[in-house]
Ligand binder design. Sequence first.
Ligand code: FAD
Ligand code: UDP
Length: 406
Amino acid sequence: MPVQYRDYRHIAIGDYQAVVVGSGFAGSVVARQLAEQGGMRVLIIEKRPHIGGNMYDEVDEAGILVHRYGPHIFHTNNREVFEYLLRFSEFIPYQHRVLANWYGTYLPVPFNKTSLEIAFGMKRALTLNDKLVDAFGEGRKVTINELRSQNDSELSEIADFVYRNVFLYYTQKQWGLTPDEVDPSVTARVPVSISRDDRYFQDAYQGMPKDGYTALFENLLDHENIDVCLNIEAESVFDLEFESMAEDAKISSIKLHDMPFEGPLVYTGPLDELFLSRFGRLPYRSLDFVYETFDAERVLPCGTVNYTVTEDFTRITEFKHMTGQKCANTTIMKEYPREYNDPKTQIPYYAIINDENNAHYERYRALTSHLPNFYPIGRLAEYRYYNMDTIIELALATARAILDRQ
Ligand code: FAD
Ligand code: UDP
């Protein structure tokens, strides 16, 4: 049985025990669990013309399976999460590798022993590597901030090099901020590695869904208790009632089709958009993706090349490395970071996490925090920088919490 798509105008809201906004991993996993474990009828409202959120992939005109919202590589240390996904798709093994294009020379990223040798030459790299091993230990991973805080001239030399040649310009492009200005957790995602391990992720379980993410989502949402309405924005069909006219007044009820909805309401979109940005828009970064097809089997040496010192785009991804697709041509994608200004034409990809923006988010969160049936989860609704596996873990926990309350 395929996914059951419905026209929102013709649904009877009384038929559903739960409503989910968004069909990325956050929304789809909760929907599946409520439908399967709780026997609940679930309605998913999705504003894009397809399911799968940012994981959506499709075959392009050249016949290449491409990701439409940025390259997505699955990796996790959580066995339960990986086993859960295996119910909906086989996975092919894939270990992501990234090279920085450093003025035409390739440097492995995360910066590791091999990068040290390329940057400093074999002889000097030997001394510097000894210094790193003495200071931190063989095999350790050290964030750029930790490395920069060391009071040693040789460690500072390495730190300065990595800061200037790997982090500075890439971060300025990506965030419009320097590495010192972004939350430390952002650059900590890509620590310097005192080893030869050149994999981008070291998690125990890594891979790509055999037939792509969209096929995985089709299986995830293929359940008799789940209906999906595409091209519907929650804010256009949610009728919010407030306790008073005050700007900070909390929601008293959420109506759909003129009826207060009492069942669980799982919301995975940006929280400010639900309130028509009444306290001002939450800051996000967006991206433009530019694709190019070549008459060649492969054009890059690995899945992604980062441009850390030149170019306006941050990285180029060649999908065939990740998907294992075999054919005579290939498609690559460049990512151009953008300010997020217009919800009508842009997608908010990255929350810009800092104290001020977190407080701004909490102001929106306070409007719903008292509602026992409202569950904001996901990268957007929680204003967090989550990977797919964390989202799935949170969605499984949210579904359990909802079912425990029934
Ligand atoms: P989303 O996937 O964004 O889904 C939210 C859904 O809600 C969307 O379909 C959206 O259209 C819908 N929606 C939003 N607002 C409304 C509304 N008002 N009404 C109706 N529908 C609405 N993670 C990894 O683990 N590995 C990676 O390699 C990786 N690469 C990434 C690359 C990029 C460029 C980006 C931006 C993210 C990457 N991620 C990666 C993170 C991953 O995309 C997120 O963890 C994941 O998308 C979170 O799932 P979600 O359901 O919370 O959000
Ligand atoms: N980063 C960088 N240079 C790189 C790779 C990463 O400066 O070559 C920084 C940059 O600030 C980026 C962050 O580290 O936003 C996290 O990188 P990651 O690859 O995890 O970003 P994502 O894949 O989530 O966009």
